[in-house]
Ligand binder design. Structure first.
Ligand code: UDP
Length: 480
């Protein structure tokens, strides 16, 4: 088995961002790009993770790295391969970091041996590819163990942790203890929120970099109402309307016609005029889909004529997530037990996953179609779906947890539900927006502004320039 595989990156000009930034933001960004060209001249930035597709890390690298390469900066993306034993251990670490025991509470000497066997080899393989001055960014627990051998060779290394808990428990702390010897030598450890940073890490090496969205990807790019209606109609997500072709432009520039259909569990098809409350998420208990159905039944349905749609990935196609099918079945059971009149206004959609861009464009169209977007999660690291909806000017009701609190300022850029299990509170907030279009519009506009200011890829890239640039400067000074 080859231990490292390279993921090709198609360069994309950062000029593209000019159209969505204010003049001042563009000025900051372009001088950051200039600075980066100077700082990283002759160096390569290596991003290393464990998967090329699926999951937030792959999504982030897919959208950000093209701009780095497009700016003329050397960047390469490597994915580590490993045996199933290794991934069993790293999945366990991942679960523990979320505070859940996963398949076992054990993270002892045997797990350490399985883990170190792989990461030590991968570090050697990577080291053989590195040039002088190169910088390595390791993502998540799967690659953390590559840090000590690389640091021992004098390579600057950053470890980026994408997982975090507001209130860590003993299970999470046991995973920190397992990983600390690997990440402690890193020049910097990066977290999405300050509270996610672990105890025991050197404070001066902790950096906070929240995630971001890409306004030009099929998930987020601008679509007019006609295109939205055409795509929803073709995918079976709404009654077809008009005769516009359900087309979208792929990342490679080609026009593509949506032809896959969503799996729908519904009694009546959604009509273009129906006000719509939408939650998009994986079928995961922490996203509380059953709670959304109940909250709609108890707090929303009797006060207005809105419909509810829960949209998530097709469960048949996600073979590595047996829990997804189970949670979808629980949601379906909750739907089936709704009173007749209300059940007719609730739609469960499973979106085909075999074409990433077609899936993304369906999510984009749904988010643009929604009157109110909800994210009633019980736990959330950041909550990309919140930023995606806010960017589209949608008013969002979301739980006051995790990274959602960094995105939404209650009453201004969205509404926060203090207790995610408070059904009355959920209904009250959703109805406040449904029944007051003026408020919904003001909140939607402020939400889009907030994402423009804080959660676009440009801010993310500038933070990376600052962090990696300071490492490059230190290294240049040391070797002078
Ligand atoms: N998503 C998607 N298709 C789906 C369901 C979700 O593309 O059928 C996307 C969603 O738009 C978002 C990501 O998956 O970009 C989920 O990220 P988030 O941070 O909201 O939650 P996570 O799944 O990482 O817990």
């Amino acid at each position: 088995m080859r231990g490292l595989a390279e993921v090709p990156v198609e360069p994309q000009s950062p000029e593209r961002y000019r159209s969505v930034l204010t003049a001042e933001q563009w000025q900051d960004f372009s001088s950051g790009v200039e600075r980066a060209r100077r700082l990283f001249a002759g160096r390569t930035i290596w991003m290393v993770n464990s998967t090329a597709r699926g999951g937030g890390v792959a999504e982030m690298l897919t959208v950000l790295l093209p701009y780095v390469c497009g700016a003329g900066i050397g960047a390469r993306w490597m994915v580590i391969a490993a045996n199933p034993e290794f991934f069993r251990v790293t999945k366990r670490i991942h679960n523990h970091l979320h505070g859940a025991p996963g398949d076992s509470p054990e993270l002892g000497a045997e797990e350490r041996r399985i883990y170190e066997d792989v990461v030590t080899d991968r570090a050697e393989e990577l080291a053989a590819l590195l040039g002088p001055g190169d910088i390595v960014v390791l993502h998540d627990p799967q690659t953390a163990g590559m840090c000590p051998p690389l640091r021992a060779r004098g390579v600057p290394v950053v470890w980026r942790c994408h997982v975090g808990m507001d209130t860590p428990n003993d299970v999470a702390r046991s995973a920190w203890r397992f990983l600390l010897p690997y990440v402690s030598p890193a020049d910097a450890c990066v977290f999405s929120r300050r509270v996610f940073a672990w105890e025991g890490l050197d404070e001066s090496r902790i950096a906070v970099v929240p995630p971001s969205i890409d306004p030009f990807s099929p998930k987020n790019y601008e679509m007019g109402e006609t295109q939205v209606a055409a795509i929803l109609g073709a995918a079976g997500l709404q009654e077809p309307q008009g005769d516009a072709p359900p087309e979208f432009r792929r990342l490679n520039g080609r026009l593509h016609r949506v032809h896959r259909r969503a799996g729908m569990r519904e009694e009546t098809v959604l009509r273009p005029g129906n006000p719509l409350v939408l939650q998009v998420s994986r079928w995961d208990r922490l996203k509380d889909p059953v709670g959304v159905v109940r909250g709609f039944e108890l707090g929303v349905a009797g006060r207005c004529d809105a419909h509810l749609m829960l949209a998530g990935p097709s469960v048949a196609e996600v073979a590595d997530d047996p829990e997804g099918a189970q949670v979808y079945a629980e949601t379906e059971a909750a739907w089936a037990s709704l009173p007749d009149g209300i059940r007719a206004r609730v739609h469960l959609a499973t979106l085909p996953m075999d074409d990433d861009e077609e899936n993304a464009v369906m999510v984009n169209a749904l988010q643009r179609r929604a009157t109110v977007v909800v994210q009633k999660s019980l736990a959330e690291g950041f909550g990309l779906t919140v930023a995606e909806a806010m960017w589209k000017g949608r008013p969002v009701v979301a739980s006051r947890i995790g990274g959602i609190q960094d995105q939404i300022e209650h009453g201004h850029t969205g509404l926060l539900l203090d207790d995610p299990c408070d059904m009355d509170g959920f209904g009250e907030l959703v109805c406040r927006l449904l029944l007051d279009p003026g408020l919904a519009h003001r909140i939607g506009e402020a939400a889009q502004y907030r994402v423009r200011e804080q959660f676009l890829g440009t801010r993310h890239l500038l933070q990376w320039v600052d962090l990696l640039g300071s490492l490059a400067e230190v290294q240049a000074a040391e070797s002078a």
